[in-house]
Design a protein around this ligand. Structure first.
Ligand SMILES: Nc1ncnc2c1ncn2[C@@H]1O[C@H](COP(=O)(O)OP(=O)(O)OP(=O)(O)O)[C@@H](O)[C@H]1O
Length: 359
């Protein structure tokens, strides 16, 4: 492939929408020549007949048509052989064998709450979208979101990707992308009714699989939506991601804040760093101040106060996150501000080897 070949250069600008790398780099282009004005291109995709394949085909046609002298495009589309697919998986993995190991450059935030229904999933989904939003509205980070809340995997619904099925390439799982966020959810793999019977070991294995078999590529930020409560998942998280930083979400009521305090304390006992508190559904009948008191008791800062908001709830129900659908709603503004402050935060150091140098 001559680097100067205009057709190849044009094809190098086409990305696989799920892997987010140029198709030329992924060995998806077998052959590409211009023959008397006809661009003859032989593509090998990981699988065919999926939305990503349609998109690649469209983008390849558009890219080739734009090349000087090309009057027609003759496209042959095939599928990689299992050996080729395995080679691709090995190559992608090879970049970083342990995606979120201690030397990762990704900032990892686990979002927890004491009890269910405090709006943790709504906040996490909107926060992820706000972090991924391009400038000038947002920091435009590469964001991954793991929905491990077995008791109510509502993230796909809030992000409008209910029913999305992750693409598999060999034993590698590619997360669907929603509003710029690579999202994987337990809800994409199981029937909702099976979830409530989940026990610790299964949850641990699933979380582990999400962190190893799901290929996120290079991420700036990984958010985890954890099941409410303390117990097993906190221990799993401590083992799998000791350098994750924990954000505790509560509603303003004293009872909610007390339960949230326990989950903050357990997170700490398992070696996690609690970086702060978010009070959600602030104002109105719930009053306010629970978050502030919780932050004081845990000795951490208040990171955000998100008001009660009809837009946040309705947009979540409609699968269109409020931070994009209603960016000037006070709840959206509070979440965008939280995103801005997390985006500029240095990575957590807990669980990482310190760079001691022998003297
Ligand atoms: N600030 C807010 N104002 C109004 N409604 C909200 C707000 N935050 C969340 N909600 C609504 O509250 C309900 C519960 O939210 P959500 O599912 O995000 O909670 P959760 O803490 O993740 O619960 P669970 O862990 O049980 O899934 C949803 O209907 C959501 O739209």
């Amino acid at each position: 492939m001559p680097a100067s070949d205009p057709l190849w250069s044009a094809l190098a600008r086409v990305q696989d929408p799920e892997i987010r790398r140029p198709i030329t780099e992924l060995d998806m282009v077998r052959d590409a020549v211009v023959d008397e004005g006809v661009a003859r291109i032989d593509l090998r995709l990981t699988i065919v007949g999926c939305p990503a394949a349609d998109r690649i085909e469209r983008d390849v046609r558009a890219a080739a048509s734009g090349v000087d002298g090309v009057t027609a495009v003759d496209l042959t589309i095939g599928v990689m052989t299992p050996v080729e697919r395995e080679a691709l998986v090995t190559r992608l993995r090879g970049v970083r064998p342990q995606q979120f190991g201690p030397d990762t450059l990704t900032k990892i935030f686990a979002i927890t709450s004491g009890k269910g229904g405090v709006g943790k999933s709504t906040l996490t989904a909107n926060l992820a979208v706000a972090l991924a939003a391009p400038a000038p509205g947002g920091p435009g980070l590469r964001v991954g979101l793991v929905d491990a809340d077995v008791f109510g995997f509502s993230i796909p619904g809030i992000l409008g990707v209910t029913g999305a099925v992750p693409t598999r390439v060999g034993d590698m799982i590619l997360p669907p992308i929603a509003h710029g966020v690579k999202v994987i959810s337990i809800g994409m793999f199981v029937e909702p009714s099976t979830a409530v019977s989940w026990r610790g070991p299964l949850l641990h294995r699933t979380l582990q699989q999400f962190l190893t078999d799901v290929w996120f590529g290079d991420l700036d930020v990984l958010l985890l939506d954890l099941p409410p409560g303390t117990g097993d998942i906190a221990i799993s998280l401590g083992q799998l991601l000791p350098h994750a930083e924990v954000v505790v979400v509560t509603t303003p009521q004293p009872a909610a804040a007390e339960v949230a305090e326990r989950s903050g304390l357990v997170a700490r006992q398992t070696g996690q760093t609690v970086i702060g508190v978010v009070e959600n559904m602030s104002g109105g009948v719930f009053g306010s101040g629970g978050g502030e008191r919780l932050a004081e008791r845990l000795g951490v800062p208040m990171l955000a106060t998100v008001p009660l908001s009809g837009a946040l709830r309705e947009d979540g129900d409609a699968g269109s996150p409020a931070v994009l659908a209603h960016p000037s709603d006070p709840a959206s503004l509070a979440i965008a501000q939280l995103a801005a402050s997390l985006a500029t935060r240095a990575r957590g150091l807990a669980g990482r080897p310190l760079p001691f140098r022998p003297r």
